[in-house]
Design a protein around this ligand. Structure first.
Ligand SMILES: Nc1ncnc2c1ncn2[C@@H]1O[C@H](COP(=O)(O)OP(=O)(O)OP(=O)(O)O)[C@@H](O)[C@H]1O
Ligand SMILES: [Mg+2]
Length: 261
């Protein structure tokens, strides 16, 4: 690799090149991603939008190493995921990636606090108590720390999952509809802290959202339609995002031939 190529890699916290994801085969084949190339610059906040079934979660799962691309390459920093053993993949996810997915995966028998600090414990790292206090304070879950997930509302569980992703200060945080179950105030709290993760700590944030107001927190909004990237906006307002969403179906490359809603 040339010197210039190395420098370019480091500029991106995550990068997909020519990523194709196909499920099934023959008559039942689904082309979830049709060759997606995108880089996520270090310290930048990106929102991925697009109609239901357009491939947003699939792209997110491939980027985060939770699923493998059928074709193409994915890198986290300069590490290409396809070259990793299961053990190396687990370590990379644990050390460098934070997840806020809709199925929160909180451990039911542990309290909120234990859930938040669990990944740090598994990695054998100390929890930065000051940062922990900041995160739970900003997310408004300070007085819920001793509760188990079943004793929390859906939105509170989602904020606990968000705190868990943030507390270890991973290089990159992936959120699949992290504000999907939240009222506008709690949504704002989650988005503010993701914004702070980029602005104050240089972390990289990538979220999927259907909400133009959530997307307006991002530096960049990219639109997927039928498995392909079709538009990109820089620092848009919610109205800018809404305008593009209205016309997205026209932009889908295979929209006339697919029945995906
Ligand atoms: N495991 C799977 N097996 C078969 N098809 C799948 C699988 N996972 C996803 N798909 C299909 O791939 C396409 C993209 O799905 P994906 O979940 O990425 O969409 P999405 O953009 O996240 O949608 P939503 O907004 O509804 O969450 C869809 O047509 C979906 O039915
Ligand atoms: Mg999805």
């Amino acid at each position: 690799m040339t010197h210039a190529a190395v420098a370019q890699d480091e500029q991106f916290a995550a990068r997909a090149e020519g990523v194709v994801k196909t499920y099934g085969s023959g008559d039942t084949v689904v082309h979830a991603l049709r060759g997606v190339s995108i880089g996520f610059q270090t310290g930048e906040f990106t929102a991925i939008m697009g109609p239901s079934g357009s491939g947003k979660s699939t792209l997110m799962h491939c980027l985060a190493g939770l699923d493998t691309a059928t074709e193409g390459t994915v890198r986290i920093g300069s590490v290409e995921l396809a070259g990793l053993s299961d053990k190396e993949m687990t370590k990379l996810r644990r050390d460098r990636i934070g997840f806020v997915f809709q199925a929160f995966n909180l451990v039911p028998t542990l309290t909120a606090e234990e859930n938040i600090t669990l990944p740090q414990g598994i990695a054998g790292r100390d929890v930065d108590r000051e940062w922990f206090d900041t995160v739970i304070g900003r997310l408004g879950i300070k007085d819920r720390l001793s509760h188990r997930p079943s004793e929390l509302s859906g939105g509170q569980q989602q904020r606990v999952a968000c705190a868990r992703a943030l507390v270890g200060r991973p290089d990159i945080i992936f959120g699949d509809e992290p504000t999907g179950n939240l009222d506008s105030r709690s949504s704002g709290e989650v988005l503010d802290i993701l914004r702070a993760a980029t602005d104050e700590f240089g972390q990289t944030v990538v979220i999927v959202t259907h909400d133009p107001r959530a997307a307006a927190y991002a530096d960049r909004v990219v639109f997927l339609a039928d498995g392909a990237l079709v538009r990109e906006l820089r620092r848009p307002t919610a109205d800018d995002v809404f305008e593009v969403m209205k016309h997205l179906d026209d932009a889908a490359p295979g929209s006339a031939t697919t029945g995906q809603q």
